[in-house]
Design a protein around this ligand. Structure first.
Ligand code: GLC
Length: 560
């Protein structure tokens, strides 16, 4: 890999930052964050160093699933702004060197979408076929629902039509019939529209549900025409998006076992999703932290299928949903619950936690920093959820997953500097208690060189200076301490070694890193090391300590 190649596939060394416009910054004092407010914060994001903003849905919506229930794929929720402001966001972001991707929610619409309203008028309506219907009584599908606290079937009956429609998520989110060529045309047209407005790609919501649940769709006897090759739809989408914009990227939400992941990348051809979230790696980070034993994480990383050079993993510790632990065994999940969320109100859906990372780690700054240092060295592209850079906590009293979607904490002032509205008018209340804005906010941390914000800033800068972390091959380095993950990301030209101590006790690690004597540049500090003439080095780590070392052979062109 040449360093000049990295510019062609920007997503392989990006730093993503996910935010919800309506909880980010309210510029007009109505209690709801808006695009005008985000525009005021683009410089902040550029300063932090992230390179791509991921906007959660901003489309018009009844708001029953926080915007993931869309009534107009071309619109913008008037509460957050209008298209003119959206274009301003894109232009301002571009000027500051930032890209923007938006959520594409194409598995389903809101039941208030005009297509669905028309669809349920009569079986002869041209829009009826936009959704997936069946006329016979569905079997018990309670084990397939996404939200078991609310739903008990993935089919809901329309009493007037006497038919059932498919909804993998809430019953007010009917699934689109992607076997219908008209629906696929609609999706292309919609993606094309946002590309034309300047986005650099899409976070693709709920991919396996619209690609691979062929069986369920085939059961709908009324419309048996499921596509012969369901992945052709995803291939077509990538081809379409890249015809319209060569460097646009699709980042998929695909939470499936390792042996099923490769097909969503398009197998060896690499012609479907460009990126996929590493849900399994994420879940095993928590298991390894709970056990203070890195073996589950190391196994999860080594077990990832090898992917095409144009594809990439998106790594993350938290997102806007529950911290799902669905890919762990029941016993493993209970271990994580016991360590990080033992109380029933901290758990959700029987499979996850509705907490943010700092509260789960008991606010221990050493452990929190170790976790984020790890995130930025995992092979892949790191993704942050707004507020992680300052260590925001959650509001357990908020409904379900909303616990982690509280307003951004800008200052210690009124409403955390998020809005000037009366607190009762806020889109959601601020996080209460010890993680509230009085204690955790951007304004204080940005000016404090020892804050979590400053630490994140440093991590982002270090990650961006090490393209081998995003592009390189990866190996776990052999050493005897189970509480330490030692790994190396490398290309032909460059190599970074990272060590992370998951345990509270100090530890000394011996590693062989080269054939002979090389310099080891401390990328986060000033404690450079070098190997002996056998290529060996001894590294001392504090409890929850970590270290990034660039292997720097003599004569290399890179700056030490
Ligand atoms: C995805 C989103 C989640 C949403 C669901 C239905 O899982 O991440 O927030 O509720 O899709 O659209």
């Amino acid at each position: 890999m040449r360093v000049t190649e990295t510019s062609d596939q920007w997503w392989k060394t990006a730093v993503f930052y996910c935010l919800h416009v309506d909880t980010y910054y309210d510029s007009n004092g109505d209690g709801v964050g808006d695009l005008g407010g985000l525009a005021e914060r683009i410089d902040y994001l550029a300063e932090l160093g992230v390179t791509c903003i991921w906007l959660m849905p901003i489309y018009p919506t009844p708001g029953r699933d926080d915007g993931y229930d869309v009534t107009d794929f071309y619109g913008i929720d008037p509460r957050v702004g209008h298209h003119g402001q959206f274009v301003e966001i894109i232009r301002t972001a571009k000027d500051r060197g930032l890209r923007v991707i938006v959520d594409a929610v194409i598995n389903h619409t809101s039941d208030q979408h005009p297509w669905f309203k028309a669809a349920r008028r009569s079986v002869d309506n041209p829009f009826h076929d936009y959704y997936v219907w069946r006329s016979d009584t569905p079997p018990d599908t309670s084990d397939q629902v996404a939200f078991p606290d609310v739903e008990n079937s993935i089919w809901a009956k329309d009493e007037k039509l006497g038919q059932w429609y498919l909804h993998h998520f809430y019953s007010y989110q009917p699934d689109l019939n992607v076997a219908n060529p008209k629906v696929r045309d609609e999706i292309d047209r919609m993606l094309g529209f946002w590309l034309q407005l300047g986005v650099d790609g899409f976070r693709m919501d709920a991919v396996p549900y619209f690609v691979d649940d062929v069986e369920t769709r085939a059961e709908s006897k009324d419309h048996p025409e499921v596509p012969a090759d369901p992945h052709q739809h995803l291939r077509d989408l990538r081809a379409f998006v890249n015809r319209r914009k060569g460097n646009a990227m699709l980042l998929g939400e695909v939470n499936v076992p390792h042996d099923q992941q490769l097909k969503y990348f398009g197998g060896q051809a690499g012609d479907e999703l460009h990126m996929m979230f590493d849900f399994i790696g994420m879940q095993n980070v928590y298991l390894s932290m709970a056990r203070r034993d890195v073996r589950p994480l190391a196994a999860a990383l080594v077990d990832r299928p090898p992917i095409h050079p144009t594809c990439q993993w998106a790594t993350f510790l938290r997102n806007h949903d529950e911290l799902t632990l669905d890919k762990l065994t029941d016993e493993e999940r209970q271990e994580v619950f016991a360590a990080f969320g033992p109380e029933p109100q901290e758990q959700i859906y029987g499979r996850g936690l509705k907490r943010r990372l700092p509260t789960m780690l008991g606010g221990d700054p050493r452990r929190i920093r170790m976790a984020y240092s790890l995130l930025f060295t995992l092979p892949g592209t790191p993704t942050l959820f707004y507020g992680e850079e300052i260590g925001m906590g959650e509001d357990l009293a908020a409904e379900g997953r909303m616990a982690v979607r509280t307003p951004m904490q800008w200052t210690s002032g009124r409403n955390g500097g998020f809005s000037t509205a009366r607190p009762s008018r806020l889109v959601q209340r601020l996080t209460p208690g010890g993680y509230g804005p009085e204690h955790v906010n951007v304004a204080d941390q940005r000016r404090d060189p020892d804050s979590l914000w400053s630490f994140m800033h440093k991590l982002i800068r270090a990650y961006r200076a090490c393209p081998e972390l995003g592009w390189g091959q990866f190996e776990v380095l052999e050493q005897p301490h189970h509480q330490v993950l030692a790994h190396r990301s490398f290309t032909d030209e460059a190599s970074v070694v990272a060590l992370h101590n998951f345990g509270p006790e100090p530890v000394t690690v011996e590693l062989t890193l080269a054939q002979g004597c090389v310099d080891l540049v401390d990328l986060l500090g000033l404690d450079d090391l070098s190997t002996d003439d056998q290529g060996r080095v001894t590294v001392a780590l504090e409890g929850y300590g970590f270290l990034w070392l660039r292997v720097h052979p003599p004569g290399t062109a890179r700056l030490p």
